[in-house]
Write a protein that binds this ligand. Structure first.
Ligand code: NAI
Ligand code: PYR
Ligand code: MG
Length: 550
């Protein structure tokens, strides 16, 4: 037993409360005190026994999707059991609650929605937003993940079904960083959808309307942020899976107003930078000597490029030298400075020196002689055999990261990249892939996913009470993660620690980012010991408390 908790609910109300429910683990004394006799079968199980039974049931289910649906049922009925499962079997559970399966869950969210979890704030009901947030059930909320569902992984517009993503992200905050589930709140801003399949689906759970745009959309976002700030002045607000047209502008508008960050832009940048720093450190190289092709110029592409640019500047390169190392492409080819309609981030990386040459990916790869290739296009198969073979011809250890999610949208499989590069490439993907057989040895495929960053960053924000999230906190998080790279001690090691170590990773990221937050003056000054204590004191573990009647 963990500790004793005073509980006011009893009977069915207690069993229907996912954070308090223990199912068959209520003791005989608790069954007596809380009027549970007759509502539960007679057996009393331990949490361990419940975990074993749930694992057996999950194993027997026919598909990852079926397992996802069952896990969500467990989450909605008994959160302690859900997190015990995730914590003890993280490697098996992560692909079920997160990428890739969460992608299918979002696509089929209208089929699987059963119980309320989180908030659907829809545009037509915008006048009641304050009242909805005022519900006392949300008094303890410290961290919010919000999406409008327009760019869910590489799967495009999923409308209100995008809710699967905030739910999944927040379950990682709890599993990896120990943030108590009752301090988390997933939110969908339902501003309509342009997904015709959803609009024509009679069972669609969201607002059946094309997406609102322009001033109406901006005013809705403003209303949301104002309502959030009024309700929880110290909340950490995490933006997820917005379209590139909205993601960066929203971040710029609010980053100096409250404690907020965009995970696709900043979290992705930090994990990718960590993986690349690990590769460079192992070979005593400097990033400023590399040439980087970024395939995809949206939230993730621009975010990653900006942080890598900062690494080069920190290494002593001039801005001009550093920028000359980047080639950024989108679906229309290489981004050139004279192209109309560039975002601020794209304009920074746009090439001025690419005259009268084709701008397609193949030509850019050949002429740039890139040594680092990062895929954040959301499009399957763009890293072709020719692209990889050409790269491996001029580069001893090409760094090739197909980071698009879910698995089915990866720019290439690790197996193909290794075959085409004579097993010389340093490969890392966004979604999980099976291990490789390299030189007769099994080699784990690194998952360069922002899940290595945001849980620790959230822990840092809660522990320090930081009022803002600075770019240098993400750089510190990246360096903190890189310091755990297995490649430091073993030349055949991986770039990143395995997902089984995500809790250790979250603590390291939290400490590094928290130290930087102190340095940046966005939180009070704390000693290293104080920071460690504050971080550790937050952690919630999935164990049953003993209940006594209020
Ligand atoms: N591994 C990770 O942690 C993360 C992975 N991602 C993945 O990265 C992908 C992109 O995410 P965002 O940047 O947020 O999306 P976005 O929509 O902001 O940007 C996508 C970019 O890809 C470009 N693109 C589309 N088709 C292309 C083609 N055929 N060739 C070259 N470029 C093409 C688009 O023009 C756009 O610039 C998604 O699949 C997402 O799942 C995103 C965030 C984190
Ligand atoms: C991992 C993530 O945030 C994405 O694919 O959008
Ligand atoms: Mg995302």
């Amino acid at each position: 037993m963990n500790k004793t908790l005073s509980v006011a609910l009893c009977g069915q109300d207690l069993l229907n409360h996912p954070f308090l429910n223990k199912g068959l683990a209520f003791t005989p004394e608790e069954r007596e005190a809380f009027e549970l006799h007759g509502l539960l079968p007679r057996a009393v199980l331990t949490l361990d026994q419940q975990v074993d039974a749930a694992l057996k049931f999950l194993d027997a289910l026919p598909s990852p999707f079926a397992r996802h649906v069952h896990l969500r049922e467990v989450q909605d009925t008994n959160e302690t059991l859900f997190y015990a499962l995730l914590t003890r079997r993280i490697e098996a559970m992560l692909p079920l609650v997160y990428t890739p399966t969460v992608g299918e869950a979002c696509q089929r969210f209208s089929e699987i929605w059963q119980r309320p979890r989180g908030l659907f704030l829809s545009y037509p009901e915008r006048d009641s937003m304050d009242d909805v947030l005022a519900n006392p059930a949300y008094d303890d909320v410290r961290i919010i993940v919000v999406t409008d569902g327009e760019r869910i992984l590489g799967l495009g517009d999923q409308g209100a079904g995008g809710m699967g993503i905030p739910i999944g992200k927040l379950s990682l905050y709890t599993t990896c960083a120990g943030i108590s589930p009752d301090q988390t709140l997933p939110i969908v801003l339902d501003t309509g959808t342009n997904n015709q399949d959803l609009l024509q689906n009679p069972a669609y759970i969201g607002w059946r309307h094309e997406r609102i745009r322009g001033p109406e959309y901006d005013a809705f976002i403003e209303r949301f942020v104002t309502a959030v700030q009024a309700r929880w002045p110290h909340v950490a607000l995490h933006w997820e899976d917005f379209s590139s047209a909205n993601a960066a502008p929203i971040l710029e508008r609010y980053r100096n107003r409250l404690c907020t960050f965009n995970d696709d832009i900043q979290g992705t940048a930090a994990v990718t930078t960590a993986a690349i720093l690990s590769a460079k450190a192992a070979h005593d190289g400097k990033l400023k000597d590399e040439t980087i092709v970024m395939l995809g110029a949206g939230s993730a592409g621009v975010g990653i490029a900006r942080l890598l640019l900062q690494v080069m500047l920190d290494e002593g390169a001039s801005e001009e030298e550093a920028l000359s190392r980047f080639y950024m492409l989108d679906q229309d080819g290489l981004i050139l400075a004279d192209r109309a309609g560039l975002s601020e981030g794209q304009a920074l990386f746009a090439r001025r020196d690419w005259k009268e040459r084709p701008t397609d990916f193949g030509t850019v790869m050949q002429e740039s002689r890139a040594s680092i290739l990062i895929g954040v296009s959301g499009v399957k198969g763009l890293f072709t055999e020719k692209i990889v073979r050409d790269m491996a011809e001029h580069c001893e250890r090409p760094i090739i990261f197909p980071l698009s999610n879910p698995t089915s949208h990866s720019e290439a499989t690790p197996e193909d990249i290794m075959a085409w590069s004579d097993e010389r490439a340093l490969v890392s993907t966004g979604s999980p892939f099976p291990p490789l057989d390299l030189h007769g040895r099994t080699h784990r495929v690194d998952q360069t996913n922002n899940a290595y960053i945001f849980p620790g960053l959230g822990l840092c924000l809660l522990a320090t009470g930081a009022t803002r999230v600075t770019d240098s906190m993400f750089m510190a998080a990246a360096r903190g993660l890189a310091s755990l790279s297995p490649l430091r001690d073993n030349p055949d090691g991986n770039l990143l620690p395995p997902v089984t170590q995500l809790r250790r990773v979250a603590f390291a990221v939290a400490e590094a980012a928290a130290r930087q937050a102190c340095e940046d003056g966005v939180c009070p000054e704390f000693s290293d010991d104080e920071l460690r204590d504050r971080i550790r004191s937050i952690v919630w573990t999935p164990e049953y408390d003993h209940y006594e009647k209020v």
